[in-house]
Design a protein around this ligand. Structure first.
Ligand code: ATP
Ligand code: MG
Length: 431
């Protein structure tokens, strides 16, 4: 390896020979002594020299160039981290042009930052978002593996648009048209029907929505979980809140420095999370001055109002919404048998934004067909899926939790584009 240590791991042993590599953050010349700060993934380290030749070399270096520094450790209370390196040789591996299109040390607008994302991501507070996101997912996986869930990879290319179709991206598939999945939902159900019992899929989903909102991407990732033998949709809610708690704990434990950089504190949410149900929701909203016709779906404003209501009443940032009107949900959801106007469909809300949708799925073949007919779907188009339910399927449920949205709200990021390294949005397909 070219590098022997990350900046953070430079040992406090004077005279030890080491090699570090990173981007030049600053160069300072105070006469006989020349300084350079270089930054790597873990932090920064000072390079200090009185050597004339090396000093000249340092003076000629441009900011954000990538260098490899070989030298010896020296303890110095004034240096960041209390250590510095006295170089015996500096190798310029890649020189940065001047001027920089985006200076990692200066604040810029989001569009410009995304145009020059590679430079933007060098800012420690920006990289921190992704270190935290990685731990968030690790905490989810940790919980799921402990509970003996199997990680599966379901297809991203699908033969038919499962839920209507306006929001799917078509792709050319040899001489046919195929689509990018919106959700790995139906294949998860098929794996549960295959006897997998407990599965999760971490992967991308695509939405061809031309929506320019701070909460929509055209490509986003989800932690999609499916489980068999549930008694009803409340089992999926209990599962999801434990998953969230595990994810938040992992971040709180492992990301102290990153959270400090972002000036964020992670609160481990209290369980069980509050739950609101349709049709009670109409009354709650009405009292808050919002009229929604009985039996209709709610809107974005309602989501925000209900969040205020829960915050006030339960002092909680999370809550579930359950029993959505069936007419607003896809054919595969399970309805309440005694009251089929309502579905066992559950959304999870966090700080006023939808994090996931899920609930109990219909596993009874006749009901699935009946519901598909009610939705006026062409049965031929969904037969690839429905036919399997003629040969045995357990009760099941699950959810798809948006990873960028959870990151966004956990860290109070204004725009979801900040929660993915290279966002895909209607106006952005590059870098
Ligand atoms: P919304 O109504 O807020 O647009 P949705 O109900 O269309 O969301 P679902 O189909 O329920 O979204 O998808 C499951 C989860 O995936 C959502 O709760 C959300 O966390 C995430 N998600 C869905 N669409 C997007 C998107 N366009 N960008 C980012 N995340 C998304
Ligand atoms: Mg939803």
């Amino acid at each position: 390896m070219l590098r022997t240590h990350y900046s953070k791991d430079v040992p406090e042993r004077e005279g030890e020979k080491i090699r570090v590599g990173g981007y030049i953050e600053s160069v300072r010349d105070i006469g006989k002594v020349k300084f350079m700060i270089i930054r790597d993934k873990e932090g920064k380290i000072q390079i200090t020299t009185k050597d004339e030749k090396i000093g000249e070399q340092i003076n000629s270096m441009t900011k954000q160039s990538f260098v490899l520094v070989e030298g010896t450790v020296k303890l110095n209370k004034q240096a960041p981290g209390g250590r510095e390196i006295v170089p015996t040789g500096i190798e310029l591996l890649s020189k940065a042009d001047v001027p920089l299109p985006l200076d990692p040390k200066i604040k810029s607008g989001l569009d410009k930052r995304l145009d020059w994302r590679v430079l933007d991501l060098r800012k420690p507070e920006i990289m921190a978002v992704f270190k935290i996101q990685s731990k968030l997912v690790e905490g989810m996986e940790e919980y799921l593996r402990k509970e003996k869930f199997i990680r599966v990879f379901t297809p991203c290319l699908i033969g038919t648009a499962s839920e209507g179709g306006a929001e799917v991206f078509p792709v050319i598939y040899f001489d046919k048209e195929a689509f990018l999945r919106q959700d790995p939902q139906l294949h998860r159900e098929l794996l549960i029907s295959s006897g997998f019992d407990k599965i999760f899929d971490l992967g991308p989903n695509w939405r061809a929505e031309p929506s320019h909102t701070p909460r929509h991407l055209c490509e986003h990732r989800g932690c999609a979980v499916e489980v068999a033998f549930i008694k009803d949709e409340t089992d999926t809610m209990r599962l999801e809140e434990r998953l969230i708690v595990s994810a938040f704990k992992r971040v709180k434990n492992d990301c102290k420095e990153e959270l400090e950089l972002l000036e964020k504190d992670v609160k481990i949410p209290r369980t069980p999370f509050p739950e609101l149900r349709f049709p009670d929701i109409y009354d709650i909203l009405k009292k808050m001055g919002k009229e929604i016709e009985f039996g209709e779906d709610y809107d974005r404003e309602s989501e925000k109002l209900l969040s205020e209501y829960v915050k006030e009443k339960y002092k909680h940032d999370f809550f579930f919404v359950n029993r959505f009107p069936f007419k607003a949900k896809p054919f595969y959801v399970m309805r309440v048998d005694e009251n089929p106007q309502w579905a066992r469909s559950v959304d999870l809300m966090f700080k006023g934004l939808e994090m996931s949708s899920g609930g109990q799925r219909e596993h009874r073949y006749e009901k699935i067909i009946e519901q598909a007919k009610e939705k006026k779907l062409d049965l031929k188009n969904i037969n690839w899926f429905t036919k399997f339910f003629r040969y045995g399927a357990p009760p099941m449920g699950g959810f798809n939790l948006g990873i960028e949205r959870l990151t966004q709200k956990l860290l109070d990021l204004e725009n979801i584009r900040e929660a993915t390294p290279f966002p895909r949005a209607p106006e952005r397909l590059m870098p």
